[in-house]
Design a protein around this ligand. Structure first.
Ligand code: SIN
Ligand code: FE
Length: 292
């Protein structure tokens, strides 16, 4: 059972007690979800169109924002340089970063800011290939973005305007996932990893760690029997709530809902309170060798 640790605040710039900080870091690193059920992200009057207008490009699943370049992606033509939308995404990125720094101060200095994402479309009933289908249980790993062991920490906020929850499944522990799927994955070929970087298939070098995580991700999603029979629990995240998860560690699936904000952070393993719990160290212990 994935535990949900609850912390109450309504303020993105809150100051947290030592007990709250230690609950959050301990919980996240051991594979819990940290839920802030009263932490809503409000929209100003001039931002309301973000909830109602067709701002998503027809073929895309989400709108993305890159804080470094201030570029939007996935936006319908009429909105592709919309300053209000940009400012909104930037505001969420900043709020999420302030929250992580306040609640998880240990990570603050080494935090790498990833993409900000807004997912206005309903996810239930959307057609996609098994590998891209996030309604199937998986741990996060992306073919084009190798992380070389860095953690994927995500801050989600449901801004659905019609009281609809974001419905997730939470699956078995990473240990159980790895025990089940690692024996089915063949060792990476060293030539292959360098070559993919050279050919610009990957943004950095695909390390053995990335190889195993990607294959675990794919094997989980493509195994129909596993998806049907594995122990899972349903979690409903209501509008007006925020939650944080290490999505590389926690087996998760998103079943339904729309209008979700998400900020990705990459955290080095060296910043962890307990390195042994990371996917990197767990897989290394199984393989008896370094994977990055
Ligand atoms: C995912 O990370 O698999 C999707 C989460 C969501 O969109 O709710
Ligand atoms: Fe995911």
């Amino acid at each position: 059972m994935t535990a949900i640790d609850t912390i109450r605040t309504q303020d993105w710039q809150a100051i947290f007690s030592d007990d709250e900080k230690s609950l959050a870091i301990g919980g996240l690193e051991s594979g819990n979800v940290v839920l802030l059920p009263e932490l809503a992200f409000s929209l100003a009057d001039n931002e309301e169109f973000i909830l109602r207008d067709p701002i998503l490009s027809p073929k895309r699943k989400n709108i993305s924002y890159n804080s470094l370049t201030q570029q939007l992606g996935g936006v319908a033509d009429d909105y592709c340089n919309n300053d209000t939308l940009k400012a909104f995404m930037a505001r969420y990125a900043k709020a999420a970063q302030q929250l992580v720094c306040a609640l998880l101060p240990r990570y603050c200095d080494s935090l790498e800011i990833g993409r900000t994402s807004y997912r206005p479309a309903e996810i239930a009933g959307r057609a996609s290939s098994p590998r891209k289908d996030d309604t199937r249980l998986h741990v996060d790993a992306f073919p084009s973005s190798p992380v070389a062991g860095k953690r994927i920490l995500r801050v989600f906020c449901n801004i659905n305007p019609w009281h609809q929850p974001r419905v997730w499944h939470l699956g078995e522990s990473f240990r159980q996932v790895a025990d089940r799927f690692m024996p089915l994955i063949s060792r990476p070929m060293s030539l292959q990893t360098g070559l993919m970087k050279l050919l610009h298939i990957t943004k950095g070098k695909r390390t053995p760690y990335d190889h195993y995580m990607l294959h675990i991700h794919d094997k989980m999603k493509c195994d129909e029997t596993y998806q049907e029979n594995v122990g899972k629990q349903r979690a409903e995240f209501l509008p007006g709530s925020t939650w944080m998860v290490y999505t590389d560690l926690v087996s998760h699936a998103a079943l339904s809902g729309s209008h979700l904000l998400e900020q990705t952070f990459y955290v080095p393993v060296s910043a962890m309170q307990n390195e042994a719990l990371t996917p990197l160290r767990q897989l290394e212990a199984m393989c008896h060798r370094p994977l990055v």
